[in-house]
Ligand binder design. Structure first.
Ligand code: ADP
Ligand code: ZN
Ligand code: MG
Length: 478
């Protein structure tokens, strides 16, 4: 029997607010333990939380970007459980009335588009962090993270294989970064997901029993964990066993998922409406205002890069994968750069150099107009395309303009025919053997002669003139 997988994801994204969800404490990462706390976020009795308006606004923004319906009326709920990193004894979350409902994300699989539907997006606060000393004698609690605003995005069980799950996460990450609501850092955990996985015989309508997989902190691990879990479940069923509903942890070292708790041990959170907070009412005018602040999203930008600039789909996809990259490109074109020329230099050289330096586009010192300056020097024949690569690297490193570097390093292309002719004559004279072989029909040697000429002129000879002169001389001699 053939089985297929059914997957639904629950994504947690930390919002880029300055302060916490219900108090004014900073959410800065990496400070001394318990220095970013106050009576509200350490759960003192009698204190009152106040909702962070920016957090609400970020979730509305996300909802609009992901085609959701923003609820005019939502409210917070208490999710009760005990853990040392949760001094209040409950987490403030949203339950039966989330801030956003419905919506979808489009992913591309084998060049066809698939919609992954969303169930909801809600707001909640993060817990603190338990730290255990190496020897196992002590445990510490750091509450700096307690109360950090988190947005939870829940998908419908629409995903059918690990690759789709990864595609979905990549697309979602791109969008959240575009609209600047989350720094989407998976290693630091500000963008993470749990995966619900079940399998069923192909053709069967009902879903199988699911397991929830936690602890996958990279795209690679999501793919690996899901592949493993699907295989495991199929094996159990093929051997006549049953899947039990449970939470499982991905073990990176062993490359397997391991049972953490079964449904019987699962929490009963006893959700109830949070009595200390007023419900959230979102006026249509607020939504409209946020709409006007939304930037153009990656999909629409990709389409536009193809239609407006005539770029191939591959270029458009790469250039729009990050907002900063797309904006750099458009600025270069606005400064007079030829779109395909700009695209080639960005994809070939700029992204390579940034990648080598492990840098983001935002950190790029080179300005779009400077690339256009370089393109103009090539266009007008001042430098050759080959020299331009060296100049570009120098520009990238120093932030200097192309013409400054070209002048300073004497890289101006030699287009003076008589000067080039001298070198051509010299090369032919000094390579008699090759010349004879060429005359005997070995025409591949043309490249050899060009190479020698370029070597002597340090790449500065105008290649067009070199070729013309060389061919003329070789013909003459024949
Ligand atoms: P729970 O009651 O365990 O919280 P939900 O129905 O709220 O489950 O769904 C939680 C997540 O699990 C959602 O992302 C949903 O798409 C996914 N999901 C639900 N049922 C299944 C299933 N049988 N197989 C895989 N994923 C599922
Ligand atoms: Zn606080
Ligand atoms: Mg649920």
């Amino acid at each position: 029997m053939q089985y297929e997988a059914v997957i639904g994801l629950e994504i947690h994204a930390q919002l880029l607010t300055d302060s916490k969800m219900f108090c004014g404490c900073s959410v800065k990462f990496g400070s001394e333990p318990n220095t970013q706390t106050c009576p509200v976020c350490i759960g003192m009795p009698g204190v009152l939380p106040v909702t962070n308006k920016n957090a609400i606004e970020y979730v509305i923004k996300t909802g609009l970007a992901l085609n959701c319906t923003v609820s005019p009326y939502s409210r917070f709920a208490r999710k009760n459980y005990f853990y040392p990193d949760l001094p209040k004894g409950y987490q403030i979350s949203q339950y039966e009335l989330p801030l956003c409902e419905g919506g979808y994300v489009e992913i591309t699989e084998d060049s066809s588009i698939k919609k992954i539907k969303l169930t909801r997006i809600h707001l909640e606060e993060d817990a603190g962090k338990n730290i255990h000393d190496g020897a196992g004698n002590y445990s510490f609690v750091d509450l700096n993270r307690a109360g950090t605003p988190l947005m939870e995005i829940v998908t419908e069980p629409d995903i059918r294989n690990p690759q789709e799950a990864v595609e979905f996460m990549k697309k979602l990450r791109t969008i959240l970064k575009y609209i600047n609501v989350c720094d989407v850092n998976m290693e630091q955990g500000s963008f993470r997901c749990d995966a619900n996985v079940s399998v069923r015989p192909v053709g069967q309508k009902e879903f199988g029993v699911k397991a929830e997989i936690k602890n996958m902190n990279s795209f690679k691990f999501i793919e690996k964990a899901l592949e493993y879990e699907i295989k495991r479940q199929v094996k159990v069923l093929k051997e006549g066993g049953r899947i039990i509903q449970e939470t499982r942890l991905w073990n990176t070292d062993r490359g397997i998922t391991e049972s953490m708790r079964s449904k019987e041990e699962a929490h009963d959170y006893r959700y109830f409406p949070e009595p200390d907070l007023v419900p959230v009412e979102v006026e249509p005018s607020w939504i409209e205002r946020i709409k006007t602040q939304l930037v153009e999203l990656p999909d629409s930008r990709l389409e536009r890069f193809i239609s407006q600039y005539g770029l191939p789909g591959h270029d458009a996809g790469l250039l729009t994968s990050e907002r900063a990259t797309a904006e750099w490109f458009e600025e270069a074109v606005k400064s007079g750069g030829d779109p395909k020329g700009v695209s080639n230099w960005m994809m070939g050289e700029l992204l390579r150099l940034l990648n080598e330096d492990n840098k983001q586009m935002e950190e790029c010192a080179l300005k779009p107009g400077q690339l256009v300056g370089l393109l103009n020097l090539i266009e007008s024949g001042v430098i050759s395309g080959k020299i331009a690569k060296t100049v570009f690297e120098e520009m990238y490193k120093t932030g200097r303009d192309a013409d400054v570097i070209v002048k300073k390093q004497g890289l101006i292309q030699v287009s003076d025919e008589s000067a080039i002719e001298k070198v051509v004559d010299e090369v032919l004279k000094n390579n008699q053997k090759e010349l004879e072989r060429f005359k005997a029909g070995d025409e591949k040697l043309l490249g050899f002669f060009v190479g020698q000429i370029m070597k002597i002129t340090k790449g500065k000879a105008n290649p067009k003139i070199v070729n013309e002169l060389l061919k003329k001389k070789l013909m003459e001699d024949n």
